[in-house]
Design a protein around this ligand. Structure first.
Ligand SMILES: [Mg+2]
Length: 395
């Protein structure tokens, strides 16, 4: 089996009236993600995805496609090292590592298909499912949050994540409203979207502890490891971060600085299944938990879930519930949640099949040009979408 070429297909969709959800960045108009398909000489196709600046991902995949032509795609770890070396000068973190990881996920899919085994089994797992959580609960009225939270329970979820970072009155009231709506027995996570400083994070942390929050995500920018470490030693809620970290070396720093309790490495961001697996090992050795971030598409969720299903110290995988067609429509067999668990396939590889008509419908018209808009994590064009103002504190 040899690699023939690697294809990157950037996907785009607009929320109805270009008004999706509201969070700290403003009103999300649209979403993007990048499919990465490794085509072999025998016609097999490995499926992966990458979530970063779509045009940068496209360019890196094009370069690596030429370099990898003729390589055996089953040599996953050796190819990973080659890709890392070829891109080191402009890579190591960011969009390049994300693109490299998209290829890595597709290689794992091909390795599984060639061996006739699902990836979760290749990674050491023995059950085709893993815990999952609903990720949504963006800024809303308290009544709206309560209604949405109950809806997640009705759809089979047993834990969910909400967004804070609006202002202190909202943040503390919203957590209490969702906790009241879902009762004491379900897990609630809070994402502060990097909007706090240390003293504020400690005050909010008290409210989160009082509401028995399962984890406290990204109160600070990823560069501010000192604040993470200081907060972790003073609040009674586990601290989570990692969606903005790349590569085992990056996660090693996060772990060694004692910044987090829960490491959120994402295969579609940080370097693929190969790298999440390395991060999972490091986390286990440090006595920490793994809970991969996923905020782009169903392939990313399924890829991350393979590692969670294979690691007893991995807690759960994130499932975007904002009405994202990359999550809900891209696969021929949609994701299934039962009793709080994401059901994986027993078929070889990732066990997924793309819905080609959906891929064509969502294909970005110009693969190297992202239309102006706010894309949840990235902004293109003029920044005029009512971005949140300064955070209002109580004191
Ligand atoms: Mg987050």
């Amino acid at each position: 089996m040899k690699i023939d070429h690697i294809e990157c297909i950037n996907l785009l969709f607009d929320y109805p009236s270009r008004r999706g959800f509201q969070s700290s960045g403003g009103i999300t108009n649209s979403r993007v993600t990048s499919l990465v398909l490794v085509h072999t000489d025998g016609g097999e196709v490995g499926i992966g995805s990458a979530y970063s600046h779509p045009a940068l991902v496209q360019l890196v995949v094009r370069q690596l496609s030429t370099l990898l032509r003729g390589h055996d795609p089953r040599e996953v770890e050796a190819i990973w090292e080659k890709m890392y070396g070829w891109t080191r000068w402009f890579g190591r973190k960011g969009a390049t590592m994300t693109a490299l990881g998209g290829i890595d996920v597709a290689l794992w899919d091909l390795r599984g298909k060639s061996l006739g085994k699902p990836v979760w089994a290749l990674l050491g797992g023995d059950e085709p499912s893993c815990p999952a959580y609903a990720s949504s609960l963006l800024w809303n009225t308290f009544d709206g949050l309560a209604t949405e939270a109950v809806g997640h329970l009705e759809r089979g979820f047993r834990r969910m994540k909400m967004r804070l970072g609006r202002d202190e009155e909202y943040d503390t009231g919203a957590v209490a409203a969702v906790r009241k709506a879902i009762g004491p027995q379900h897990d609630l996570m809070c994402d502060a979207s990097m909007r706090y400083h240390l003293a504020l994070a400690q005050r909010i942390g008290q409210t989160l502890a009082d509401n028995r929050v399962f984890w406290y995500e990204e109160p600070f920018a990823p560069e501010d490891l000192d604040s993470f470490a200081a907060l972790r030693s003073t609040v009674r809620v586990p601290i989570a971060a990692g969606e903005n970290e790349f590569g085992a070396q990056g996660f090693r720093e996060l772990i060694e600085r004692r910044a987090v309790d829960i490491v959120q490495a994402d295969a579609s961001r940080c370097g693929g299944i190969t790298e999440v697996r390395r991060v999972a090992d490091m986390a286990w050795k440090a006595g920490l938990k793994l809970a991969p971030h996923s905020w782009s598409d169903a392939i990313a969720i399924v890829a991350n879930a393979q590692v969670v299903a294979a690691n007893p110290h991995a807690l759960t995988v994130e499932v975007d519930q904002t009405g994202n067609p990359f999550v809900e429509e891209l696969l021929v067999e949609p994701l299934r949640i039962q009793e709080g668990r994401l059901q994986l396939s027993r078929r070889p590889g990732l066990g997924i099949e793309l819905n080609q008509s959906v891929v064509e419908r969502l294909r970005m018209p110009n693969q190297l040009e992202v239309p102006d808009g706010w894309y949840s994590d990235m902004v293109f064009g003029q920044q005029d979408n009512q971005a949140a103002g300064p955070y209002r504190e109580r004191i």
